[in-house]
Design a protein around this ligand. Structure first.
Ligand code: SF4
Length: 460
């Protein structure tokens, strides 16, 4: 299984990396992101100080994670809400289906949430006959297309305007010449009906606030507010690492997340949900549940060197900075979380054996570490995963022997020079596509080594 996933990764990467249309769409969409983020960074008087402060708050929170989660539970319960602790994805699904079935809910509306992707909520609800509708426009598009999110912040980044027009034409008979505004209006109309009919709204949480007993949702379309304003039940699913000590921390984290996610000064809608409606309040859900999801996070938490990865605020900046992600795209990873952060955490949230190969798809350029708003040393963590994979023998024997032989030869120039260029070229040709892929030629070795050429010229 592990090796088949790795082979699949290599096959998909080779194919997509040379797909010109894919490259054009990603370059266009990422170009817009980089322009906005570049301009946005000018708003900071001292960006590095903001990153340091954010990283310190997250590291402090991680050091006291159990206490802050319990504080949140106490305060949220006081506010009238219910907290449920889910060790696994199955636990979370069971909680959700029990709540929905208890209230005879037949359809739900859902705002964008990678945690619900992680537990494959839509699929599970569909299986038991409950309609689940994505309300974030990008998520709505990928759901209509029968796909998964391509990127943790911009789920439909791989689609051009023409792709979406084609999709709306196929699904709704909408004209192929429709503008982006016309398509957005159509989605709005369709979704309005769903909000009104839904028995429950499901959201994720960008942050969990311990001192207020609330969860924060940040968004640009107002769809999360609509998803929680109309239905009578609100269920939020949050990874346990999302906790922040205080409401006051949002003054840094809300703009910091928006800046690194999209280049905005702040997202259009930022809501702190602190429980169900009070007796004095005429609107809002009568019941609110927060499911705190572990699903492998405590496994990461227990590993001193890797624990820092739980500081992630899912801004997506490391994906956009990664030369590998930009070439192989989001789907090639075949994981919920892609790019550098996905590469680091996926082997620990799921099976190490099945995901560790992702760590070899990295040039260790450290671009990801440089852009991370909470200073996670991503390239060092990727390297750490590799070290573990080697020490635990996760690579095939042939590869292990090959690397040992290479390390022996390359550790002394005289050993490399002992073999002539013709033999080196012969071996390189023999290994051929395995070394370099089938779209490029392996560079030719010179017949004579640099040192012997140099010596000859000097002695002339
Ligand atoms: S690791 Fe850092 S850059 Fe990557 S998504 Fe998380 S917070 Fe953003």
């Amino acid at each position: 299984m592990a090796s088949s996933k790795k082979q699949q990764f290599i096959r998909d990467a080779e194919q997509i990396a040379f797909n010109e249309q894919h490259r054009k769409t990603i370059q266009f969409n990422m170009g817009k992101y980089h322009t906005a983020v570049g301009l946005g960074k000018l708003r900071y008087a001292n960006l590095d100080a903001a990153r340091t402060k954010a990283s310190e708050i997250k590291r402090h929170t991680l050091a006291h994670l159990p206490e802050y989660l319990e504080e949140f539970e106490r305060n949220f319960t006081k506010n009238g809400g219910t907290v449920l602790w889910a060790n696994t994805a199955d636990d979370a699904i069971r909680y959700i289906t029990e709540i929905l079935q208890k209230h005879a809910v037949r359809s739900i509306v859902k705002s964008k949430s990678m945690t619900t992707e992680e537990i494959e909520l839509n699929h599970e609800l569909e299986r038991i006959g409950i309609e689940s509708v994505e309300t974030d426009l990008g998520e709505y598009i990928v759901q209509l297309a029968g796909e998964k999110p391509y990127h943790i912040v911009t789920p439909a980044m791989h689609k051009s305007k023409q792709d979406v027009a084609q999709l709306f034409h196929e699904k709704f008979g909408f004209p192929l010449t429709s503008t982006a505004e016309e398509m957005t209006n159509l989605a709005r109309q369709k979704l309005r009906e769903k909000y009104l009919a839904a028995g429950a709204g499901i959201t994720g949480a960008n942050f969990i606030i311990a001192d207020k007993g609330g969860i924060c949702v940040t968004e640009n379309e107002g769809n999360a507010i609509m998803s929680t304003a109309f239905p009578d039940i609100h269920i939020a699913i949050a990874g346990i690492e999302k906790v922040l000590p205080s409401y006051a921390d949002l003054a840094l984290f809300w703009p910091h997340l928006a800046q690194h996610g999209t280049g905005q000064a702040i997202s259009s809608y930022n809501t702190l949900f602190t429980g169900p409606r009070k007796e004095s309040e005429p609107h809002g859900p009568s019941q609110m549940y927060v499911i705190l999801l572990d699903n492998g996070r405590t496994n990461l938490y227990a590993q001193e060197k890797l624990q820092v990865a739980l500081s992630c605020i899912r801004c997506g900046a490391c994906l956009n900075a990664c030369p590998i992600y930009k070439n192989v795209g989001g789907y090639t990873y075949n994981t919920t979380y892609q790019g550098p952060i996905g590469t680091v955490i996926s082997p620990h949230l799921g099976s190490f054996e099945e995901h560790v190969h992702l760590n070899t798809a990295c040039s260790l350029c450290a671009n990801c570490t440089e852009v991370c708003p909470v200073k996670i040393p991503l390239h060092e963590l990727i390297h750490e995963n590799r070290v573990r994979a080697v020490s635990q023998n996760y690579f095939p024997l042939t590869e292990q022997i090959g690397m040992k032989a290479f390390a022996f030869a390359a550790s002394k120039a005289s050993r490399i020079d002992a073999v002539g260029g013709n033999l080196k070229n012969f071996v390189a040709n023999l290994l051929g596509t395995k070394l370099w892929g089938n779209k490029r030629e392996f560079p030719k070795f010179a017949k004579q080594s640099f040192r012997s050429q140099y010596k000859k010229r000097r002695n002339k």
